[in-house]
Design a protein around this ligand. Structure first.
Ligand SMILES: Nc1nc2c(c(=O)[nH]1)N[C@H]1C(S)=C(S)[C@@H](COP(=O)(O)OP(=O)(O)OC[C@H]3O[C@@H](n4cnc5c(=O)[nH]c(N)nc54)[C@H](O)[C@@H]3O)O[C@H]1N2
Ligand SMILES: Nc1nc2c(c(=O)[nH]1)N[C@H]1C(S)=C(S)[C@@H](COP(=O)(O)OP(=O)(O)OC[C@H]3O[C@@H](n4cnc5c(=O)[nH]c(N)nc54)[C@H](O)[C@@H]3O)O[C@H]1N2
Ligand code: SF4
Ligand SMILES: [Mo]
Length: 692
């Protein structure tokens, strides 16, 4: 058939962590068709509704098309258009002025969910400019699992979905909606079809929970209690891998003694899971080999995240599932440029001591600033003042805990620049808004630096609108004007080429091949030990005293003590149709989910005289929002699931698009933070609900 559609192979991105190989049909610089590529290494033909809606982002009539400079007061919604030259000049002048006045660390560089190479180019810009403060919302997303992994076993243990597991323990992860871990759900589903067993730990009966051998309906925010009970059963019943522990366990005896206090009967009261179910599931995990723990966001969205992540890694270790095929592995990167070299870490050797959070006693390997500490620095000038921010790919007014605090901090900044593809509540507070080019409009590399052992090519398929620039290009131009120009390039695409050059190819060749994957190598510790101070898996942390951390994972309570004023427990899950606060403006997705819905068990709804679709008020000690009731048996009567990420692009900019009304993070606070990562409680908080 010749209908002059040109087909281009690329990888989907910017609608979640990305990863599906897709084929995109293009005609007259417009995307006209799209399908999953059957040869895709992660998706094998799969494609989801978000991806199918994504080309509409490019042609949406309200997309940001030109750089805008604020007119009138901050947040008033009045702008005038400026040229790119003016925009780059204005931002550089303002960031340089702060640097001259209070030092480079007075400027923060903020990124939302890392979407592509722009994240690492932003770190490079911060390093070349001289600021140690790259603010990323990793406090509640991935830092706890990655860095607890590095401290415990010397690497970030990811699921090896490429080899069959006997059992997958899906712990607070819902890949049929989220494709969490940058892995593609198709790989998991394929394994389940081939006989892999499943245990699901989730307070809500998800699609996968309904298929699981055991579904543990946990009380939100008690994952550490459950993981410790698993350790108790496995140690008490001697179901652990004795050989591996003898040779490679550091502090096993201490751990064994320590977890005695966490008997399933006791932890059952905390987690609301029957003790027999805990015991059976723990046995099942220990006796299925190899088994993988696929963990999701909820394990790192309360202040006890370090204890949870540590307990889960101890579980992987004592059952001999670390770095074995089908277990939790240290993925090998392909032969590409190392991250440290790419971001020019060498230019800022003092970063570790100077970053804002170094003054808050966080864990040593955490290299991005937790948002709570960034806002405190803006608002209180402690540990030192921060007066300007450059934000890309982020909507902190919705995504950071305690939205009021975010608002106050942004109102106080001397200067704020935001790069986005659409006007958002956050962008509406900026002094300059930059129109970014996005997925399909520029060459990009996916999954670099994420620890999964592969990188994916995302060659562009159409040209961007003439004044929409890729973030990488914006940063390259800012780099030339804010730092010694020799660190930057005439053509920003050289930044892509640098990464694949060590593999002996250029970007076009990479795009042709599609992906680079490191080789499969397992049990690397046998030749070189574990990269920890003791050379072993540190069940007890050998440097705990030095850094003032608990040596062993513990249960030290609920995220918040119970409070009769707020008798229900609040949590959330990501929507299948949206990415965080993004894309409520895409009609195709909005049709599927027009309103923020809160899930309530019918019994609870009856108790509070709430009916389906009623507008309800959800309250915590931090704030109050409105959402619409959806009655569902999938949740426990004591738990409610509110929707997260809601604002209303159809409303007025001067009201910041109704950013407060249904915004989950009006219900969260930064008063209590986990010591190690500065993590606030997003899940498992006390709340109450009533009809409006
Ligand atoms: N209460 C609560 N809070 C949470 C979470 C939770 O579960 N509950 N989840 C947390 C997690 S896991 C994360 S990762 C964060 C996410 O936090 P954010 O990444 O800040 O979330 P988004 O709301 O998706 O904002 C992304 C913005 O990037 C813009 N964008 C899209 N493509 C491009 C592009 O190519 N260039 C530019 N410049 N902009 C682009 C979108 O329009 C959008 O405004 O939120 C965290 N916050
Ligand atoms: N469609 C879509 N996909 C996404 C995203 C998105 O916003 N939308 N965001 C992307 C990002 S940045 C990330 S980090 C990942 C996150 O991916 P996931 O980790 O899968 O995300 P969540 O939906 O927050 O949580 C997963 C499951 O945890 C359950 N849960 C809620 N509270 C608790 C609890 O206290 N304990 C336990 N054990 N389970 C609980 C929820 O019911 C849900 O089924 O997804 C990525 N993919
Ligand atoms: S699951 Fe994610 S990567 Fe795959 S098609 Fe959907 S949005 Fe794209
Ligand atoms: Mo995330």
């Amino acid at each position: 058939m010749t209908d002059d559609v040109r087909w281009i192979k690329t990888h989907c991105a910017r609608m979640d962590h990305g990863g599906c190989t897709i084929q995109v049909g293009v005609k007259n610089n417009k995307i006209v068709r799209m399908k999953g590529d059957p040869e895709g290494i992660l998706n094998q033909g799969y494609i989801c509704p978000k991806a199918l809606a994504s080309p509409k982002k490019l042609t949406h009539p309200s997309r940001l098309m030109r750089p805008l400079k604020r007119k009138g007061s901050r947040g008033e919604g009045k702008w005038h258009r400026i040229s790119w030259e003016e925009a780059i000049g204005f931002i550089s002048e303002n960031l340089q002025a702060v640097k001259d006045r209070i030092g480079a660390k007075g400027v923060a560089f903020c990124q939302g969910m890392p979407k592509g190479l722009e994240h690492f180019v932003l770190i490079r810009l911060a390093n070349t400019f001289g600021s140690p403060n790259v603010v990323v919302i990793q406090d509640v997303c991935h830092a706890p699992r990655e860095i607890s992994g590095m401290h415990t076993c010397g690497f970030y243990p990811v699921v090896d979905f490429h080899h069959q597991s006997k059992l997958v323990l899906l712990w607070g992860s819902n890949p049929t909606s989220t494709n969490e871990e940058g892995q593609i759900c198709s790989l998991l589903l394929k394994q389940l079809n081939q006989g892999t067993d499943l245990i699901v730990v989730d307070p809500r009966q998800t699609k996968l929970a309904a298929k699981a051998k055991h579904w543990l309906q946990i009380r939100p925010g008690t994952d550490h209690a459950l993981a410790l009970a698993f350790l108790n059963v496995i140690v008490t019943e001697k179901l652990f891998d004795e050989d591996f522990m003898r040779n490679w366990g550091y502090g096993f005896d201490e751990l064994a003694k320590h977890v005695k206090q966490y008997a399933p009967e006791k932890m059952s009261e905390i987690t609301w899971i029957p003790s027999e179910k805990i015991t059976e599931s723990a046995r099942y995990y220990a006796m299925s080999q190899p088994a993988a723990i696929a963990w999701g966001n909820p394990i790192e969205q309360n202040m006890h995240t370090f204890d949870t992540a540590r307990s889960l890694i101890c579980l992987m270790a004592i059952c001999g599932n670390l770095d074995v095929p089908g277990g939790n592995i240290q993925a090998n990167d392909p032969g590409i440029l190392s991250l440290g070299k790419f971001v020019r870490a060498d230019l800022l050797p003092s970063k570790r001591d100077e970053m804002i959070h170094a003054h808050h006693g966080t864990i040593p390997k955490l290299m991005t600033v937790p948002p709570a500490f960034f806002r405190k620095a803006v608002l209180t000038a402690k540990p030192y003042p921060v007066q300007a921010a450059y934000i890309q790919c982020a909507n902190p007014l919705l995504a950071y805990a305690d939205s009021r605090q975010t608002y106050e901090a942004f109102m106080k900044l001397d200067f704020l620049a935001v790069s986005d593809i659409f006007m958002t509540p956050t962008a509406a507070l900026a002094d300059v808004v930059l129109p970014a080019a996005t997925q399909f409009e520029f060459n990009d590399i996916g999954h670099y630096g994420l620890g999964h052992g592969y990188i994916l090519a995302r060659p562009k398929v159409v040209e961007p609108p003439s004044e929409c620039w890729p973030d990488i290009k914006i940063l390259n131009e800012l780099g030339k004007s804010l730092s010694p120009p020799e660190y930057w390039y005439d053509n920003y695409e050289d930044l892509l080429g640098m990464i694949v050059a060590p593999a002996g190819i250029n970007y076009s060749q990479f795009a042709e091949i599609g992906y680079l994957k490191g080789s499969d190598q397992f049990k690397k510790y046998e030749s070189s030990g574990f990269k920890t101070p003791s050379g072993k898996v540190e069940l007890a942390l050998s440097q705990a005293d030095k850094f003032n951390f608990p040596q062993m994972p513990r249960f030290s309570g609920l995220p918040e003590p119970e409070d009769p004023e707020y008798p229900l427990v609040l949590t959330s899950a990501k929507s299948s149709y949206y990415l965080h606060s993004s894309y409520r403006w895409l009609e195709k997705l909005r049709e599927k989910q027009p309103n923020p819905q809160v899930l309530i068990h019918p019994q609870t709804a009856a108790k509070y005289e709430i009916q389906e679709n009623d507008e309800v008020i959800i309250e915590t000690s931090a704030g109050r929002i409105h959402q619409f009731a959806h009655l569902s048996n999938t949740v426990d009567p004591r738990v409610i699931f509110a929707a997260y990420g809601w604002w209303f692009p159809e409303e007025k900019i001067e009201d910041l698009y109704g950013w407060q009304r249904s915004n989950f993070n009006r219900l969260t606070s930064t008063e209590k933070l986990g010591q190690e990562f500065g993590t606030p409680n997003l899940k498992g908080i006390n709340c109450r609900i009533r009809r409006k």
